[in-house]
Ligand binder design. Sequence first.
Ligand code: PMP
Ligand code: GLN
Length: 390
Amino acid sequence: MESARVASFGTSVFSEFSRLAALHGAVNLGQGFPDFDGPKEIAQAAIDAINGGVNQYAVGQGAPVLRAAIAAHSQRFYGQVLDPASEIGVTSGATEAIFDAVQAFTNPGDEVVLFEPFYDSYLASVQLAQAVPRFVRLRAPDTAHAQWWLDDAELEAAFTPRTKLVIVNTPHNPTGKLFTRAELERIGELTRKAGAVLLSDEVYEHLVFDAGKHVRPATLPGFKDFTLTISSGGKSFSFTGWKIGWHLGRAELVTAVQKVHQWVTFCSGAPFQVAIAKALELPDSYFQGFVQSYTQKRDFLTAALNTAGFEVLPCEGTYFLMARTDRHRRAGEDDVAFCRRLLVDHGIATIPTSGFHSAEHAVHVHGMARFAFCKTEAVLQAAADRLSKL
Ligand code: PMP
Ligand code: GLN
């Protein structure tokens, strides 16, 4: 009965490992969601909105108060000036914006450039649109590269006359990479030449560590014409279940996405839009404290993993660590088998990174696992205790 498009889908790797984690009582460093709530006053703002009668459909394009807050936030953090009336749209999470944008900018058979590892919904969205993915591998740090890197010839070869869309994600899930300005400029140059749209998924925009700087591609010279930025409130405010996402850019790009949005969900949760508007207006001290607290979590889990014999790769942003598992992996074990054994036998849930790859390239990451550190100190300590017994 299923269509051919849908028949190829299994259960998402996140759902599978979350289910297993609950079943086995594992410490859950798998699916990326905080095990703590965001700011109390923001939760209260949602409660107040519900009690105050904000309970019917929101304006399809997004509550005006939220679009105004997104515009102010973009100006505050990136100096980006946007017209809330025409250059901003709201969706049910970034996930819907990604789905809608792929529908909006591709015809069946058109090509979409994806960087591997990729957030898994990109490939599913491309397949649902009957477009064709073209993969460019991010290569793991090595003696010549301190961070994840791109091969320029491979990047260039991924662009063809059929390229209609390019999806970048910075800060990047699962590697923790921040795309550099030079990398983004090169990607932009190729996107412009192809006459394609650049979709920039920045849901981790406020999770940037050390001296790192998040570059918003849309603010680079010349990028405005072809770049659509996507973000959401889930990670930045620790309310992933609220699913308030947005997209911003040139009016023609936003309008195209909104045309799809009106037939997919029409609008997202009205009271949560009001609360996320308040969250975007939180003072700089909130965002600084947020990064500080996550820096401690990252450093704690890095130390625990390194002590336990994993090799943790550098993490410049997001709330994920990628680590090499070779010391603990048995001969012939791939990343899925290893992560399953780590969960079932040792009570630690992670995510096997082949879930972020095409079948043909999964082999490159069989020796890696992703560990989420968006967890309370107690849970990270419990993970460290279990890791120390490996
Ligand atoms: N993009 C990336 C890179 C993500 O990791 C996630 C994770 N949840 C999303 C998009 C989806 O965001 P949302 O929850 O707002 O739909
Ligand atoms: N973004 C989350 C992660 O990478 C998962 C979200 C989901 O399960 N859809 O872990």
